[in-house]
Design a protein around this ligand. Structure first.
Ligand SMILES: [Zn+2]
Length: 511
């Protein structure tokens, strides 16, 4: 009859997409041939934890001779992957063996990857886990690697402790609530600090010479969250214009910053020791990107560029060069502001409410309209433009020509408005929209859109004419109306009139 030594249970968590599920790490020790078994749908990274745990235990002189260790990860039907369960498994073993007092782990949720030397390595998804811990009444303290401490501390309502190594964890736990400095608890008062000013990322609108139409379009796009296509020859400044857009948007509020940080965290894109991300995202994937890379995917769903651009800007340069299927896949996030990924291991939903800025050349060589430079046959130009499908174009609110700027213009141009000037108008317009329907204009639902926009008779009749002359689809009609609403907001007008509609329609013309 094998002799029972002890058992313990430690609270932990598993991340699936942005969702966090509770995991109970149950450890049972009996005397017998030394071995460790991990059960409960543990994927390879979790099973490999056995070796890390053994090595880390040996480093601390915590040998476990003659013990048969069984680890059960409950619930058994939830797949667990990644190495974040190393720490709770180790703590469970020490608790079951009697090396740690049982109540040392009361109310504690632990996550962390162990290094062979006993160090604690950063994990993905620390902020979502911290938000989960804060919402779970059974959890009073979250214990994780020090590298994740600032990130996790953005969640309010739970004490967060960060440790550099397993020995620091043990020192802290054995001392009860009096934690030594390495296992410091961050006070809520120092939590949500950080760079909260809106940043332009070094790209200011005043540095872009000329291009009044494109600058105006950027201002409207920023104010209403509208999608934009810039068309112009190489060197006309399309990329510089696109890069100015994040700087025209108001600073992220705390809730938005938490969303952005959580997405970057589960994607593994947060540097060790970083806190809340305060800058508006600007993502510019290369046109060779795969569908999964752009909208997300993988057997364990990961966010794609569309979600990494949430609350910010997704810039697709050389739009016709992107794969057709890849672009088609963008339709769902553009319409719904989110991406749903369904896999055998489970489904995940990632927010993806971005402003799309696309850029393209007017023809394959790029110089259509420049005298003496373009020899592209008409059919080649048509084929090139057809690569951007109708349904995607239909979801772009504004088409803008970005002509090459002549050098005389460059020399004469007076310095234009700064991004900060424009941002002030954008913020006022956004406040108008939010006061009316709690969202940006680009996301007003089509139901009773005309009523929601407060369009007058002149505006309505002009818009109806545009449907006939420009061949606008129903979706195109709605988009033109939303852009008109934004233009009225920038002027501080309660209603949409003919002038606003006329400007919106100019941005829907052939490019
Ligand atoms: Zn050409």
């Amino acid at each position: 009859m094998p002799e029972w030594v002890g058992s313990a249970s430690v609270m932990s968590a598993a991340v699936m997409g942005l969702d966090v599920r509770p995991v109970s790490v149950e450890v049972s020790l009996i005397k017998g041939t030394p071995m460790m078994q991990i059960v409960g749908l543990a994927q390879s990274a979790v099973r490999e934890g056995r070796e890390r745990i053994r090595a880390a235990a040996a480093q601390l002189g915590l040998h476990v001779p003659g013990l048969r260790i069984t680890v059960n990860l409950a619930p058994a039907d939830l797949p667990k992957s990644g190495a974040a369960l190393d720490l709770p498994i180790m703590l469970g073993i020490l608790c079951a063996k009697g090396d740690l007092p049982r109540r040392a782990l009361d109310g504690t949720l632990a996550v962390g990857e162990l290094g062979l030397d006993g160090s604690l390595r950063s994990i993905r998804g620390a902020l979502p886990i911290a938000l989960f811990a804060a919402a779970d009444p059974r959890v009073s303290r979250l214990l994780l690697p020090a590298a994740n401490l600032r990130e996790a501390s953005a969640a309010e309502g739970v004490a967060v402790g960060g440790a550099e190594s397993l020995s620091h964890v043990l020192m802290g736990l054995k001392n009860g609530s009096r934690l030594p400095p390495p296992l410091a608890l961050l006070r809520p008062s120092v939590r949500r600090t950080g760079e909260s000013r809106p940043g332009n990322g070094g790209f200011d609108l005043s540095a872009v010479k000329g291009q009044p139409a494109a600058k105006r379009a950027l201002e409207i796009a920023a104010a209403g969250g509208h999608n934009l296509l810039l068309s112009g020859c190489p060197g006309s400044g399309k990329t510089s214009l696109a890069r100015c857009l994040p700087g025209l948007l108001p600073a992220l509020d705390v809730r938005e910053a938490v969303d952005v940080t959580a997405i970057h965290s589960v994607a593994g894109l947060l540097a060790d020791g970083s806190g809340l991300r305060r800058a508006r995202p600007f993502r510019a994937p290369h046109h060779s990107i795969s569908e999964a890379g752009l909208i997300g995917g993988g057997s364990r769903p990961r966010p794609g560029e569309a979600s990494l651009a949430h609350h910010g800007v997704l810039f697709l340069d050389e739009l016709p060069e992107f794969g057709r299927r890849t672009l088609e896949a963008l339709r769902q996030p553009i319409e719904e502001g989110q991406v749903r990924i369904v896999r055998a291991a489970g489904s995940a939903c990632f927010p993806a409410a971005f402003t799309l800025v696309a850029a393209m050349n007017p023809c394959p060589c790029g110089f259509l309209g420049t005298p003496g430079r373009c020899r592209c046959p008409e059919e080649a130009v048509r084929r090139y433009r057809r690569r951007v499908s109708g349904p995607l174009l239909d979801r772009i609110d504004m088409l803008v020509d970005v002509p090459a700027v002549r050098w005389e213009q460059l020399a004469e141009a007076a310095p234009g408005e700064t991004s900060e000037d424009v941002r002030a108008r954008v913020s006022r317009a956004r406040a108008c929209a939010a006061g009316r329907h709690k969202t940006t204009n680009a996301r007003i639902p089509p139901v009773r859109l005309e009523e929601a926009c407060g369009i007058d008779r002149g505006g309505r009749s002009l818009l109806r004419k545009a449907v006939t002359h420009l061949g606008l689809t129903a979706r195109g009609y709605h988009r033109a109306l939303r852009v008109s609403r934004t233009i009225a907001d920038l002027e501080g007008r309660a209603g949409v009139s003919e002038d606003h509609v006329a400007e919106a329609i100019r941005f829907r013309g052939p490019c």
